[in-house]
Design a protein around this ligand. Structure first.
Ligand code: FA5
Ligand code: MG
Length: 442
């Protein structure tokens, strides 16, 4: 019951949520997103707060650090690959973030029961529509349109924890580069992309599998290894252009349903390894269904925030969303490739308040969805929420009543919050938690 009530109120305006949590509206509303209407259903979990990020387009905002990183990555691919003097890659940086489950999952061979589809991880508009969780969601439609080399850049949405490197909205540059035999084996015309047992003209008649960790069964070892070498060289070249030749990197084997083999690249930054991108050789099933069926392709997806934070030493991911001139002016009127080190305007104190509650008998400490709680906290508190951590789970030995305790860290990025202000927001969160989840504040 509580669950249904939550679904119904989550996407209503915050002011409405504060006033009328107790009673679910009679019918599910129509959601207006980017001038289109979507019928909400029992799966819908986008919140007004999240929808408010849809028009920000930080990756296109002049002088914004994310925009600078975007431009530098695009320039690298433009200058590294030309075709008769023209850039070989086309760039798509304005595709709508509202996509279908087919685009985000099915087209990419992501199984029905894959955890990345869970409602606890994605922002669903309704059962068939969501805010894209990765830029790869556009890969198949662009391949279908006949493109062979392209970059897809934009904002992506994931329900996640809250801390200095995680925000529910971040940005990715995704890419596909495909090559035909004539191009890939220009200097070795005797070599083939496909094994002789596989006919790319009738892929439905030949099974492709990924049992061998080194390659897809349809591809030859030569084609796979050459593509792997090109992919890794191009990406190492990119991080060297961004961070300088001294940057240390390492490759980690990875798994994505849409590539095989797959890797992640980590760079050594501030004394630890940080993952910056995922990549691999595109599964031939995807090319056979949407793209040039006689080619082999590589694909990758890079997180822009991680790169920008490392490059400019930006300590907190929320700063990316700041409208404060103290932040933005540090990136203005500077050469695109200039070395910029972010200087904190000043560090304002944080304020931590705990919130403990008893769960209703319908929920246990293990079935209560922390991501639902994080969204509620963010919805009420907005950007002053720096972190929310689960601090304690407790089951009363006699009554068996169950309780949870979360620590909420408040900090304004541009001024000192007063204890009274924090207390008021904290009270509002308590009240909302009572009404939405049916919990009892301890
Ligand atoms: C993907 O999203 C794949 N679509 C990438 C890909 C594309 C693989 C094409 C193969 C072929 P992943 O979830 O690992 O993969 O995210 C890719 C990158 O986005 C990460 O390496 C990281 O740099 C960034 N990223 C992921 N989650 C977050 C987050 N919560 N906050 C900031 N950056 C993130
Ligand atoms: Mg990853």
């Amino acid at each position: 019951m509580t669950k249904i009530l939550l679904n119904r109120v989550q996407y209503l305006p915050s002011s409405f949520i504060k006033l009328s949590f107790c009673r679910a509206p009679k019918s599910l509303p129509i959601l207006q997103i980017k001038n289109k209407e979507y019928q909400a259903d029992e799966i819908s979990n986008v919140t007004p707060k999240i929808l408010s990020y849809l028009n920000r387009n930080l990756h296109l905002q002049k002088d914004h650090p994310l925009s600078k990183v975007r431009q530098r990555i695009v320039n690298y691919f433009y200058s590294s690959f030309t075709h008769r003097g023209n850039p070989a890659f086309s760039v798509y940086d304005n595709l709508s973030p509202v996509v279908s489950t087919k685009q985000n999952f099915d087209d990419l061979l992501i199984p029905e029961d894959h955890p990345s589809r869970a409602k606890s991880d994605c922002y669903y508009v309704n059962s068939t529509t969501l805010l894209r969780a990765h830029m790869t969601a556009h890969q198949s439609e662009l391949l279908k349109a006949g493109l062979e080399n392209f970059l897809m850049i934009g904002d992506v949405y994931r329900r996640d924890e809250i801390d200095s490197t995680h925000f529910p909205v971040f940005h990715q540059v995704d890419a596909v580069r495909s090559q035909r035999k004539e191009h890939l084996f220009e200097n070795h015309p005797g070599l083939e992309i496909f094994e002789t047992t596989f006919d790319p003209e009738t892929p439905h008649l030949c099974q492709n599998n990924i049992i061998d960790p080194v390659k897809q069964s349809c591809h030859t070892l030569e084609a796979t290894k050459l593509m792997e070498a090109q992919l890794k060289n191009h990406l190492v070249g990119l991080v060297k252009v961004l961070f300088g030749d001294e940057i240390q990197h390492r490759w980690v084997e990875a798994y994505f349903p849409f590539t095989h083999p797959s890797w992640e690249m980590e760079i050594f930054y501030e004394n630890k390894w940080m993952e910056v991108l995922g990549c691999g050789i595109v599964r031939n099933e995807i090319l056979a269904a949407s793209g040039p069926n006689n080619s082999i392709a590589y694909a990758f997806g890079i997180g822009l925030e991680r790169i920008a934070m490392a490059l400019y030493k930006i300590p907190d991911i929320r700063l990316m969303w700041s409208n404060d001139s103290g932040f933005l002016t540090q990136f203005q009127n500077k050469d695109l490739n200039a070395n910029i080190t972010y200087k904190p305007v000043s560090v304002y104190p944080q304020c931590t308040n705990d919130l403990s509650f008893w769960l209703p008998s319908t929920l246990t400490v293990d079935t209560f969805m922390s991501n639902d709680f994080y969204d509620l906290v963010r919805d009420i508190g907005g950007d002053v929420i720096e972190q929310v951590k689960l601090k304690d789970k407790f089951v009363h030995p006699k009554t068996k009543k169950q309780s949870l305790c979360y620590s909420i860290v408040y900090r304004h990025l541009e001024r000192t919050l007063t204890q009274a202000e924090v207390n008021k927001i904290h009270k509002d969160i308590e009240r909302a938690a009572q009404q939405v989840f049916g919990v009892q504040i301890r």
